[in-house]
Write a protein that binds this ligand. Structure first.
Ligand code: NDP
Length: 322
């Protein structure tokens, strides 16, 4: 199996850990109502293509928790024997169970949530445990203290944060460093259409504190693929109208997508390949974290790895289309 020749691996910040430049996320398509055989195909194909990094959270489903349960079943079957070749992550910080302890960033919530996640996945530890979002009402020292203690307990090897601003990231990293558990990684939304981190200087902050960065929804949930070029397919995420809305696909947006698609094609790329190349143009971005509902999407998306990078002239021209 040549999986490790197919994929580049990048050092995550100043840590010792190298991550596949493409990670696979189980937010969608791994819940109670999804096809288990398809989940097996997705995860094994991703791994065969060199993806070693699988991203979960306590609440992924629906039903909340079911993505972890399903991934646990896959670890015991299709992925059996490969645990030490895999980076498995989970998170806590969004609503998971009723009452005051099933949400946000208290020590109580993070510790209880990780124990539940480990039981669902039938694991002794995860590789990376994240605070899923900053909690404005819990002292940062408490949230970061819980993360450090989790590493010391052996239930996670590394810690990460998600959706923290640049200033919050600096503060979190300082507390973690004081506790002797460096911040490994930050997970943020970033794609050609969503560029808020640029104005905030998040990548500068990550470089300063020595953490890596991983972008979620690099394909803008499917917008930056061929999915919506000719309409809204009935089996697409936009047709479900929950996280991606059919109203997001305005005539202006579709016209822009067609222009981007033509730009990509002129360079021998598909639109999704273009989007992933663009996200990884800055070396401070360790990985892109993609989703897929079928194996063909994964195969198409990973094609970008074997194609030449965008030139600075390309990037400049692209900027005019965005
Ligand atoms: P993407 O932007 O990669 O969108 C994935 C979706 O796009 C697929 O499920 C599919 O949707 C469509 N798609 C992908 N490739 C193609 C293709 N080649 N052709 C046509 N359609 C395609 O990422 P996600 O939004 O899924 O997020 C990825 C991961 O990021 C999540 O699983 C999760 O792990 C993480 N995440 C983290 C968050 C956080 O708060 N930290 C928040 C959100 C995500 P379709 O169903 O239409 O086929």
């Amino acid at each position: 199996m040549d999986r490790y020749e197919r994929m580049p691996y990048a050092r995550c910040g100043r840590s010792g850990l190298r991550l596949s430049r493409v990670a696979f996320g189980l937010w969608h398509n791994f819940g109670t109502y999804d096809d288990f055989a398809n989940m097996g195909r997705l995860v094994t194909r991703a791994f065969d293509l060199g993806v070693t990094h699988f991203d979960l959270a306590n609440n992924y489903g629906p039903e909340p928790g079911s993505a972890e349960e399903n991934f646990g079943r896959l670890l015991a079957t299709e992925l059996k024997g490969h645990r030490d070749e895999l980076i498995v992550t989970t998170k806590a910080g969004h609503l998971m169970w009723p009452g005051p302890y099933g949400d946000w960033g208290s020590r109580k919530s993070l510790m209880a949530s990780l124990d539940q996640s480990l039981r669902r996945m039938k694991l002794d530890y995860v590789d990376i445990f994240y605070s899923h979002r900053p909690d404005p009402e819990t002292p940062l020292e408490e949230t970061m203290g819980a993360l450090s203690d989790i590493v010391r307990s052996g239930k996670a090897l590394y810690v990460g944060i998600s959706k923290y601003s640049a200033a919050q990231t600096r503060a979190a990293a300082e507390i973690l460093a004081r506790n002797g558990t460096p911040l490994l990684i930050h997970q943020f939304r970033y794609n050609m259409f969503t560029r808020g981190i640029e104005g905030d200087g998040l990548l500068d902050a990550l470089e300063e504190v020595g953490a890596g960065g991983i972008c979620f929804s690099p394909l803008a949930q499917g917008l930056l693929t061929s999915r919506y070029l000719a309409g809204i397919p009935s089996d697409s995420r936009a047709a479900k109208n929950v996280f991606l809305k059919s109203s997001d696909i305005t005539p202006e947006r579709r016209a822009q997508l067609l222009r981007l698609d033509a730009f990509a094609k002129a360079r021998g790329l598909t639109l999704s390949e273009l989007a992933l190349k663009w996200n990884l143009r800055d070396p401070r971005v360790t990985s892109v974290l993609i989703g897929a509902s079928r194996v063909g999407q994964l195969e198409e998306n990973l094609g970008f790895l074997s194609k030449p990078d965008l030139s600075s002239a390309d990037l400049e021209e692209l900027e005019g289309l965005l």
